[in-house]
Design a protein around this ligand. Structure first.
Ligand code: HEC
Length: 124
């Protein structure tokens, strides 16, 4: 997998490493929405997000690199505030934006689950 590392997104200031989806990709909008709205709680490499201070945080959501999610599940989680409705806010994004995020997440979530079966393994 090619990691398109250095994008010039430095001005954003929410601490992401950089979106790994190319600007011409139809999922780029979803990646940006994810990076701006979901990155505080969820790790997802394709959006360059690392969650919040990783493990310790109460609000930390599941690491989406390690979960395979369907489009329907992501949309459900966004509309209902996760599956339990406990911590994740409902409707952080709605309508077309929610759909774009769901498409992006369902495509890119679970990457690590496929490519590195053992936690802690850095590269294949
Ligand atoms: C305030 C922190 C927070 C934010 C912001 C947040 N989430 Fe979550 N999310 C969580 C928590 C905590 C869970 C797990 C608890 C639950 O499922 O109710 C979760 C669960 C999920 C799940 C289900 C994962 C699984 O397999 O159980 C998905 C998908 C998801 N979030 C996507 C998103 C998307 C997309 C966004 C941005 C639109 C987002 N989240 C924003 C905290 C957050």
């Amino acid at each position: 997998m090619v990691v398109a590392a250095a994008f010039g997104l430095a001005a954003c200031g929410f601490g992401e490493k950089g979106i790994e989806v190319s600007k011409s990709d139809p999922n780029y909008d979803g990646a940006v929405l994810f990076a701006t709205h979901c990155s505080g709680c969820h790790t997802l490499s394709a959006a360059g997000t690392q969650g919040s201070g990783n493990r310790g945080e109460r609000t930390q959501g599941p690491n989406l690199d390690q979960r395979v999610e369907s489009y329907e599940d992501v949309l459900f989680a966004v509309q209902n505030g996760g599956f339990s409705g406990a911590i994740m806010p409902q409707n952080i994004v709605v309508g077309k934006e929610a759909e774009a995020v769901a498409r992006f997440v369902s495509k890119y979530a679970g990457d690590a689950a496929e490519s590195s079966p053992r936690p802690g393994q850095t590269s294949p």
